[in-house]
Design a protein around this ligand. Structure first.
Ligand code: DC
Length: 233
């Protein structure tokens, strides 16, 4: 049976496990996976490296907006061992650096800058031109692909998400403090939900996946069932 090729948008709060799920779903169904958060993180790293973020957190939005056309953000081919596509900033593999606390602490205000959103939205739409894509983020089902055939909104409590993020960081050998991680998640939730431009919100036609009490396998089965039901309609 030939299935129709669709666009899959997975939105939700930070550290809700959506990237892991989205990547695995893409692998299972032979789709391209794009982590849109990594793109916002790469722009944030660029701003940090170019002195556009002051020690008090103030951002040189004008300077960053002017630099945007020159910033190249791409993804590598999947890593042979892990299957993860690494984020490339101006050709450099920055996958590990963009996951650290420095970038995490500044990415929300950077992603609230309208010019940054417009530029990355355009890049994301280009990546999804041919469908057959799973993209995860905050505004994929609302702004980037409002006509996506499959939209999922992932929800989980801040405490569960902080626990997961803490585990992820320490497993990678990155030093972290649970209280700091929880605070960072709550702050990001607030900024992501309340920014003017494309705030994090659930699309009306999104299917909600509340994964506080679900195993990874259960979540994957839930997604695959939804995918089956949409593509065999
Ligand atoms: O998914 P993540 O935690 O790696 O995302 C990092 C930040 O990027 C997050 O604080 C919000 C922002 N983001 C966004 O504004 N829009 C997206 N589509 C994806 C991420």
């Amino acid at each position: 049976m030939t299935r129709k090729k669709i666009t899959i948008a997975i939105d939700g709060y930070s550290s809700s496990g959506k990237s892991t799920m989205a990547r695995e779903l893409a692998r299972r169904i032979g789709y391209v996976y794009v982590d849109s958060g990594a793109m916002y993180r790469a722009v944030t790293l660029y701003a940090l490296r170019h002195g556009m973020i002051a020690p008090d957190g103030a951002i040189d939005s004008r300077g960053l907006a002017d630099a945007l056309p020159e910033i190249s953000i791409k993804f590598s081919a999947p890593d042979a061992a892990t299957g993860v596509c690494h984020t490339l900033l101006d050709g450099e593999d920055v996958e590990s650096e963009i996951r650290g606390m420095d970038v995490s602490n500044h990415v929300s205000p950077v992603s609230a800058i309208p010019e940054v959103r417009h530029r990355l939205t355009a890049l994301q739409q280009e990546l999804g031109e041919n469908k057959g894509i799973v993209m995860d983020g905050r505004d994929i089902g609302t702004t980037v692909f409002p006509r996506a055939e499959m939209k999922v909104f992932v929800d989980a409590s801040p405490e569960v998400r902080a626990g997961r993020r803490y585990k992820e960081l320490t497993e990678k050998g990155i030093k972290a403090d649970y209280a700091d991680v929880l605070k960072n998640i709550e702050q990001r939730d607030f900024t992501d939900r309340n920014r003017k431009e494309s705030p994090l919100r659930q699309a009306e036609d999104a299917h909600v996946l509340d994964n506080d009490h679900m195993t990874r396998d259960e979540q994957m089965q839930w997604l695959l069932n939804l995918y089956e039901s949409i593509t065999t309609k």
